[in-house]
Design a protein around this ligand. Structure first.
Ligand SMILES: NC(=O)c1ccc[n+]([C@@H]2O[C@H](COP(=O)([O-])OP(=O)(O)OC[C@H]3O[C@@H](n4cnc5c(N)ncnc54)[C@H](O)[C@@H]3O)[C@@H](O)[C@H]2O)c1
Length: 323
């Protein structure tokens, strides 16, 4: 299989290494041609036209996703695109409709679906081991804030960061949300407030079956990169992300890991590899898309509801934001 890869920044370079070891030919491209040549030379890939390949991976900035996805749909090239499918609901709907009209396979990159812990929790819950789910908790703590210039174009903490929590919540539980009541605070540098964003977040999400979900986030989680989920049912409680590298001081015995998770690249390295392997299997026609544009849209609706709730200071019904 010949695979094209557009965008060789933080995440694109990681995907390039995975792809280079697994496909017959990898054709890389970046707006920075020198970067494309450098990556191609290092990995034995080709710097060239990615649109000539049998399948395409998009890892460019979010603002470019919709245009590239629409082109891939029209050309009927199976495509993997980093999250989010697009920054706005209108563009995401446009891409979903194009994918369905053209019958093009689109896989959106929510890599937590390929993390062993989240997958095991989902299997246990859906297999009945937890009994009836009554409550869940989600947490994402970034060790340090993104670059100040990225914050105004990020879409805000709910669209940029918690979109992963919203997707994994739907995927693990198989439930849809009914309402969101979110809050935010600015505890750090001024550029978050200047961009009308927050660096600290919390939300209460009520699922359609009555399950209560709490969510917390921080751009200043100094202990390390911390992603966790807890699922409490009538028979058992399962936790994801409490492994040996969880960046937590255990007050009871004073323990702290020697090498706490430093960043998302390290924490989810195996998941990023597994999702690209899944994309290749999907592009070969062996399975359906593991995360469709409609899934990305559902996560974006949750982010829209959370952002609106945080701004208005009131609970928002999902029906207010879905189209
Ligand atoms: N799934 C995850 O956990 C995860 C993590 C990081 C980033 N992302 C997503 O991946 C995307 C890229 O993020 P990043 O941090 O790697 O960005 P980045 O800025 O590090 O890299 C983007 C690269 O794309 C290139 N580029 C820009 N416009 C281009 C165009 N039109 N054609 C070709 N190349 C172009 C840039 O030169 C740059 O090398 C974003 O949408 C982001 O949301 C997802």
């Amino acid at each position: 299989m010949r695979v094209g890869l557009i965008g060789l920044g933080r995440i694109g370079r990681f995907h390039a290494e995975t792809l280079a070891r697994r496909v017959d030919q990898l054709i890389v491209a970046d707006a920075d041609r020198n970067l494309a040549s450098e990556v191609a030379g290092r990995l034995g890939a080709t710097a060239g036209d990615p649109w000539s390949a049998d399948a395409l991976v998009i890892a460019t900035p979010t603002s470019t996703h919709a245009g590239l996805l629409l082109q891939a749909c029209e050309q009927r090239i199976p495509v993997f695109c980093e999250k989010p499918a697009a920054p706005t609901v209108a563009e995401t709907l446009q891409v979903a409709e194009a994918a369905e009209r053209c019958g093009t396979m689109v896989h959106i990159g929510f890599q937590r679906r390929f993390d062993a812990g989240f997958a095991a929790a989902r299997q246990a819950l859906l297999g009945g081991e937890l009994g009836a789910l009554h409550r869940a908790h989600l947490l994402t703590g970034d060790p340090r804030p993104p670059a100040p210039e990225y914050v105004p174009v990020s879409g805000g903490i709910f669209r940029d960061c918690h979109i992963h929590d919203f997707d994994i919540l739907r995927w693990v539980t198989g439930l849809e949300a009914e309402s969101v009541y979110a809050a935010g605070a600015n505890r750090g540098e001024a550029f978050f407030a200047e961009a009308d964003d927050v660096d600290t977040s919390a939300a209460l999400i009520t699922m359609a079956d009555g399950t209560l979900v709490t969510l917390q986030g921080s751009r200043y989680n100094g202990a390390g990169y911390d992603v966790r989920m807890e699922l409490a049912g009538t028979l058992a409680t399962w936790a994801v992300g409490l492994g040996a590298r969880a960046p937590l001081h255990r007050a009871d015995d004073g323990a702290f890991p020697e090498d706490p998770w430093p960043d998302f690249q390290t924490r989810f390295a195996a998941a990023y590899t597994a999702e690209i392997e899944a994309f290749l299997a999907t592009a070969r026609g062996e399975q359906d898309s593991p995360c469709t544009v409609r899934d990305a849209l559902a996560a974006l609706y949750l982010a829209e509801a959370a952002d609106l709730s945080r701004r208005d200071g009131r609970p928002v019904q999902m029906a207010e934001v879905t189209k």
